[in-house]
Design a protein around this ligand. Structure first.
Ligand SMILES: Nc1ncnc2c1ncn2[C@@H]1O[C@H](COP(=O)(O)OP(=O)(O)OP(=O)(O)O)[C@@H](O)[C@H]1O
Length: 268
């Protein structure tokens, strides 16, 4: 184990930051045969980006949806800002893998949709949506429709919508999986920048070790089904330089290597 990788127990530095989300003894079964998650205990510190990483089928999306309140756990509870989750709530926004855009609505309406659901008046919600459309680099595309956009642009609309509702916690389910490598990198950089500006707590599902290390304050490694927390890793990567330099940084490369060794046995 190199110094770049630290396995943390629940009492270390990150956990002294106020947790905004607490996952307590969560288990999930689908029917009688599939045990997806077993006794998951995690805290998510305010303002940090935590990735959920692990082999296919280990329950990453299931856990994210339980935190979102979109799925009910079989056992245990999720507490967000001190309250037990019983369903979706305004302090959490979910960014779906396929961005879940409405094909018949413009970029502006899609980005404002969360606010529309909250009953915010049109002028106010469009003003807010325009601000976030600008933040994600889509100014000038307000009146376009999803089919007129690239995958990367659609993904940005999904993100603008999540940001516009001003949730404290953004839950992102592999938001980069449907775009090409170039867009993926660009979007990763935007996400790092947005995290600085917006100071959100982000919980992020990914398959990519590189992506997790590049973006995360903490990485939760889940074991194969039934998913359990196998390690919590805090990559100490200096992200102050340009992206290409970060990806050549020894701490970054060592951490990728360490996680790869840990996960190699689970590879399909
Ligand atoms: N609705 C469902 N009914 C039955 N089994 C399900 C259902 N949803 C998920 N599962 C199973 O539960 C397990 C966990 O699924 P989940 O999608 O959470 O894993 P994941 O780690 O996100 O997978 P991947 O990395 O492949 O996206 C898998 O074995 C999956 O087949």
């Amino acid at each position: 184990m190199t110094a770049a990788v630290r396995m943390l127990r629940e009492t270390t530095k990150s956990d002294t930051a106020q947790p905004i989300v607490e996952v307590r003894h969560i288990s999930k079964r689908y029917g009688s045969s599939v045990e997806a998650l077993r006794d998951i205990n995690l805290t998510f510190p305010t303002g940090q980006l935590t990735s959920l990483l692990g082999p296919s089928g280990c329950g990453k999306t299931t856990l994210l949806k339980i935190i979102a309140g979109l799925l009910e756990p079989t056992g245990g509870e999720v507490v967000v800002k001190g309250k037990t989750v019983t369903g979706p709530g305004p302090e959490r926004a979910f960014v779906f893998q396929d961005f879940a855009l409405m094909p018949w609505a413009s970029v502006l309406r899609n980005a404002a949709f969360g606010l529309e659901l909250q009953g915010i008046d049109k002028k106010k919600r469009e003003e807010t949506a325009r601000h976030y459309i600008n933040q994600v680099g889509l100014s000038g595309f307000e009146n376009r429709y999803p089919h007129e956009l690239s995958g990367g642009m659609r993904q940005r609309v999904g993100l603008a919508r999540a940001l516009a509702v001003n949730a404290d916690v953004l839950l992102l389910d592999e938001p980069f999986s449907a775009v090409d490598e170039q867009n993926r990198r660009k979007f990763q950089e935007d996400l790092l920048r947005l995290r600085e500006v917006e100071r959100k707590t982000l919980i992020f599902v990914t398959h990519s070790i590189e992506e997790a290390v590049y973006l995360s304050d903490r990485i939760v490694l889940l074991s194969p089904r039934p998913g359990r927390v196998s390690e919590i890793i805090e990559p100490h990567v200096d992200r102050s330089g340009p992206p290409d330099l970060i990806r050549r940084n020894p701490a970054y490369l060592d951490t990728v290597e360490e996680i790869w060794h840990g996960l190699r046995d689970y590879a399909d």
